[in-house]
Design a protein around this ligand. Sequence first.
Ligand code: AMP
Ligand code: ZN
Length: 454
Amino acid sequence: MTLRLYDTKSRGLKEVASHNGATSMYCCGPTVYRDAHVGNLRSFLLADLISRALTLSGIKVSLVQNITDVGHMSEDFQEDDKILTQALIEKIDPYEIARKYEEKFHQDLSRLNIKKAMVYPKASESIELMQSMIAELMEKGCAYLGNDGSVYFDAHSYPGYGELSGNRIDALKPGHKHEVSEDTAKRFHADWALWKAAGKRSEMIWPSPWGPGFPGWHIECSAMSMEILNSHVDVHVGGIDLRFPHHENERAQSNAITGQESVDIWVHGEHLLFEGRKMSKSSGNVLLLQDVIDRGLDPLALRLCLLENRYRSQMDLTWSSIQAAHELLLRWRGKLSEWAGSEPSVNLWEVDSEIESAINNDIDTPKILIRLRAIEKSDQKNKRALFMYADQILGLNLDQGVEEKTLTEQMKELLDARSIARSEKRWSDSDDLRVQLEGLGLIIKDTPEGQTWS
Ligand code: AMP
Ligand code: ZN
């Protein structure tokens, strides 16, 4: 059975290609100026799911994920580099900012059981590569030097511009992101900077044939993907916000260089909302994986919670849904330990055709979870083997058992105090005590027979 994924460009399902048993993947990585929020992690998880699905069917995956540590400009009118802005705020060197958040990114991936990519190239270490691609684009007549010393890609030079996002070049209006300071230097408002002249900027700049400066964000992904993956990407992954202009521009650059379609399938994950609202730093509505851990919840409960929704649907994450996923995770781990005693241990896992087709039909994780719930309730004899099969995609460590923890003295005192508060109908005290207990990692439930904990 072959994996089929929804391709943004052709707007339909497409079979993933493999060449001599290998598939190449590129996933747009983080801009390392802050902690990745759980929305970012949802997009990185998508690449992991695709890669696991291919590996499960015996295909070797070469996955590249870049680290953007220069050139990603903020989307306001200031047009500042995100890394340099954060370096000023934290009063440390921009490279230190980048390395600090890069390390935290890797920690988050490992806590979410996201398998390592083959390589994580950094933009700041790929400057020569980008410069030679820019020079080639200029030679081909696709890029020009503006009168401000920056080099721009000529959007009209690529006939297929707009095919990925559905935008028509002549319908694009001026005033898109990143265009404010460049308007006078560009020939056309939808052209974009490949190399930016340093101007007054003194940090994170490099010499170039066009004078000192720094690379634009879009050229980074073209340069790295084409160089490392031999000028062809089978599956390209990113969040939906990257469809335009980032991926539209990347496609134009890469195709202009290779003279052919450089990416076979463009996969975009929909956005994650938190408690009904868009996640953004400015509105203070951002959830980090660390916040989940600080509540005493298993980080893989977040993974399970994300898997309850199809990657192509927008999803609203709530604390109660993560809590419910945490409880389900513990229940399933408990069941797997229980079943280990009754099932023969010869088969580590057994293929289930329903799960297999859900995986291969555009990674339908909600369907896999529905199937597991049905298997759990059934009287089959190979439940553990089937769960273990699914877990190769789900990545929930379902066979790790449930850690038994005993109550500390402090927990016991708080539980007693809450029980008394409830019997005396002091509801606000009872609520405060619940928050304290949850902060210590306990799950409290109120039943007609009194409070219970786990
Ligand atoms: P950034 O670090 O901002 O460059 O983003 C890294 C990845 O996260 C990109 O693939 C974005 O499209 C994706 N992303 C950003 N916000 C969200 C969100 N709320 N939900 C899902 N993916 C997101
Ligand atoms: Zn990218």
